[in-house]
Design a protein around this ligand. Structure first.
Ligand code: NDP
Length: 782
């Protein structure tokens, strides 16, 4: 062909990347083994085939780890832990640096290996996955270096189990392994059985750099291997990335185990195009949002929302762009899309697309001729989708988006948030006010303004709602792998069943027989069931408290939900209210001392004093516990803001009935949450006395709701409630297991404190536990 002819069509010629080196490597590994204690032992269990999804060829086989192999790996990690933890941060930094360097030296090899195994294009593995892997190890070499200065008083969590999916195999490994190692933990990682190759190559790099044996262990295998790892009694933390369904299984499996858990799950992320957006840029954004990595991206912009005025123009441009997408051999450097990970995944996508069409949506696809072999899927989008359609709500995890139009910015936010997920969002507008306002209003852990799917090791990544909890990357990511030194605590006991027989004792309010009520929506209300229970003091019965039921909890949650304005008032205003609350507590000091004395509290005066100080502390923190701005890509401001959860459930401890209750409520409220708090079951009258304090302190109605009654009945209702976005539970070990299990509905983060605690000193960790980081990426430059 002559250059003149080429200029006529401007068609791409084939530009394949050589896979010879990677294939030679594969050839000498007829089975991918585990990596345990620095060795590659012959697998004990079965093996399964590893395919190249672009060609259907069998590349090799991979071991399916047995329980015994998982156990051996956990033992190796445990054995390696003391020495690894004892190393100075700088020494760990040198290992992480060496991992980064060696990944970088083999970038091309690893990129090709990943492409062969996963089907994604070489363009993406070469330019995105592997460079980000190296960046992650460099970044965390830095955290290891700074560990003593930047995380004083914190220690590693211990042995970490890590389970990763197949869509970014080596990158997900890096996201998990790098922070864990930097913080001084040892790990047992299970890759997805569909994509084990780069994890094996990484294990070889660990040997090459002389990483101490047992610091990183890799057990290959499928879901059963993952379940064995999650269930192993000597694992201290589990970090999981994958589907929301498996996230739920793991939440249930770990309930009551006391293991730390972080979940990075699925999404159905909105891609919002306002009429003042640069439409050409937004169309390129769609390419990166949903056609990147074959759409197999948890944070894919899979719901495109376009403002009506520009919808016609936008979709015309999108259609034109769709025509030019190239799908085929992923090793060809000119391809936009390769193969999806497996024929099974292709069948899943195809079935969902058929369902979308059956429900009335129209599927528009790129006019591509797909290769005859391999699991290829033509990219496209649905038009005519309604919010209720299955494809609008379910993660397709393939290269097809749904689309909707909207009229007003408010409607855009409502549609964006009309999903059970909350992983990411992409906002397109040339109006910075509108873009940031929308970023603040969408429920998502990551928001890209005029951009999409950009990642950096320094920028925390993770979800809200059913997209999971915990963050990866940056300082917040490090904190997932660090803990305060564990103090042995007396376990909390089951409270005895409340006595609901009519009250005959002498109350501490002699004049009138008052039964303490509930405090919901800024008002004192009787319990729905009209029941009350007898409260025992040091010397017998001292009064009656309202016995709330499920309906009361639901009413309280509704009141809290309506008080959404609290998250929007300035931190200064929140601080003022909390100072006022301290002032009013001070005025009633004697009354609270008397109530605590009647309840039999050991040092009532000290407790009231500490409660007043705690209000001052929370007020002080309201405008000081801040997010951060991180240096990531050039010409970007990447900021992480601490957002309140919204409605939080709090189940207060029995010890320190006043201080324990306020120690939990105050930081939650200072951070902008509204709370439904269950006061101590044994000493509810102390909490009930707070109503007057709240009423006189300008706490807006619904911001603090207080209920009394049977702890675990009320805790269960809070745990199950979809509107409750986070739960703090002080109770018994079996109660903790119960609330953690009950939380699987909306996958709210649960913090369960099962040991009796000293509440005298403020706990700064509670501020972090009361917030979720939202990372907002803002590019600049014309
Ligand atoms: P899974 O959630 O099943 O897989 C993620 C990881 O968990 C894999 O390593 C898997 O092992 C492992 N696993 C599976 N079951 C268990 C279990 N019971 N206990 C412990 N570990 C387990 O995702 P799939 O691969 O099945 O994909 C299904 C769908 O999930 C996709 O279509 C997509 O919608 C979503 N998904 C979302 C991802 C995200 O990043 N948000 C990533 C991947 C998938 P193995 O694969 O070896 O069986």
């Amino acid at each position: 062909m002559k250059i003149k002819d080429i200029m006529q069509t401007m068609a791409y010629g084939p530009a394949p990347e050589s896979s010879a080196e990677a294939r030679d490597w594969i050839k000498t590994r007829s089975v991918i083994p585990h990596f345990i204690g620095g060795k590659f032992p012959a697998p004990e269990g079965e093996t399964t085939e590893v395919y190249n999804p672009a060609t259907d060829e069998v590349l090799t086989r991979v071991a399916l780890g047995t329980e015994a192999e998982v156990d051996a790996a956990v033992k190796a990690a445990r054995a390696a832990l003391p020495k690894w933890t004892a190393l100075a941060g700088h020494e760990r930094a040198t290992y992480l640096y060496a991992l980064a360097r060696h990944v970088q030296k083999r970038e091309r090899f690893l990129a090709v290996l990943e492409t062969l195994d996963n089907g994604k294009t070489i363009r993406e593995t070469r330019d995105i996955d592997i460079p980000l892997v190296a960046r992650h190890f460099y970044h965390h070499a830095g955290w290891a270096e700074m560990i003593e200065s930047d995380f004083p008083g914190l220690s590693p969590v211990g042995v970490c189990g890590q389970i990763i999916p197949w869509n970014f195999p080596l990158l997900m490994l890096a996201w998990k392994v790098a922070p864990a190692l930097a913080a001084g933990n040892t790990v047992v990682l299970k890759p997805a059985d569909l994509t084990p190759l780069t994890a094996m190559a990484f294990a070889e790099i660990c040997v090459e750099i002389g990483l101490p044996a047992g610091v990183v262990n890799i057990v290959q295998g499928d879901g059963a291997t993952g379940a064995a790892l999650a269930g192993h009694s000597d694992v201290n933390k589990l970090a999981f990335t994958g589907s929301t369904d498996v996230g739920r299984v793991l939440r249930r499996q770990l309930a009551g185990s006391g293991k730390r858990l972080s979940l990075e799950l699925g999404g159905k992320s909105p891609f919002i195009v306002f009429e003042d957006a640069d439409l050409d840029a937004a169309v390129e954004g769609v390419v990166d949002a949903i056609w990147f990595n074959q759409g197999e991206v948890c944070c894919a912009g899979s719901r495109i929302l376009v403002q009506e005025g520009v919808a016609e123009r936008f979709f015309a441009k999108l259609d034109a762009r769709l025509q030019t997408l190239r799908v085929g051999d992923p090793l060809d450097k000119t391809m936009d899309m390769g193969a999806v990970v497996s024929r099974k995944q292709l069948a899943r996508i195809t079935a969902l697309l058929a369902q979308g069409e059956a429900e009335g949506a129209t599927l528009r696809r790129a006019p591509v001729i797909l290769p005859e072999t391999g699991a290829f899927c033509a990219p496209g989008y649905f038009s005519g989708t309604a919010p209720a359609h299955t494809v609008s709500q379910t993660e397709i995890f393939g290269p097809v988006a749904t689309t909707l139009t909207f009229r007003t910015p408010d409607e855009a936010v409502t549609l964006a948030n009309d999903t059970r997920y909350g992983l990411s969002a992409s906002v397109w507008s040339e109006n910075i006010n509108r873009a940031i306002e929308t970023a603040a209003a969408v429920k998502a852990g990551v928001v890209w303004i005029n951009a999409t799917n950009i990642f950096d090791a320094g920028a925390p990544f993770g979800g809200m709602r059913e997209s999971g909890f915990g963050r990866e990357g940056g300082r917040l990511g490090m904190l997932e792998y660090l803990t305060r030194p564990q103090i042995a605590r007396k376990p909390r006991l089951e409270p005895s069943a409340p006595d609901i027989a009519p009250f005959t004792g002498k109350a501490d309010r002699p004049a009138i027989d008052i039964t303490a009520k509930l405090y919901i929506g800024g008002k004192q209300v009787r319990a729905d069931g009209g029941q009350s229970y007898t409260v025992m003091g040091k010397n017998g019965a001292i009064g009656q408290a309202a016995m709330a039921n499920r309906k009361d909890i639901r009413n309280a949650v509704e009141a809290a939900a309506k008080a959404g304005g609290w998250g929007g008032v300035t931190a200064h205003n929140r601080a003022q209210v909390l100072y006022f609350l301290a002032e009013n507590l001070e005025q009633r000091r004697a009354e609270f001392v008397a109530a605590l004395t009647a309840a039999g509290t050991p040092k009532p005066g000290d407790e009231v004093e500490a409660a007043i100080r705690r209000a001052f502390w929370a007020a002080a923190q309201a405008d000081k516990f801040d997010g951060s701005v991180t240096a990531t890509k050039s010409r970007h401001v990447t900021m992480t803001v601490n957002e309140p959860f919204g409605v939080m459930g709090i189940v207060a401890p029995d010890e320190a009935p006043l201080l324990g209750l306020l120690a939990l409520i105050l930081p939650a409220v200072a951070m902008g949450n509204r709370v439904v708090a269950v006061a101590s079951q044994s000493h509810p009258l102390v909490g009930a006395r707070l109503y007057q304090v709240l009423e006189t302190s300008d706490v807006p109605a619904g911001v603090i709701n207080l209920v009394t009654g049977e702890r675990d009945v009320l805790a269960k209702t809070l745990a199950e409630h979809d509107e409750v976005a986070a739960l703090w539970y002080c109770g018994s070990a079996s109660g903790a297991a119960m609330v953690e299990t009950a939380s699987v509905g909306n996958l709210k983060p649960v913090w369960a404190e099962t040991g009796v605690r000293d509440w005298q000193t403020p706990d700064p960790d509670l501020l972090r536990k009361a917030t979720q980081g939202k990372t907002i990426w803002i590019p600049y430059g014309a």
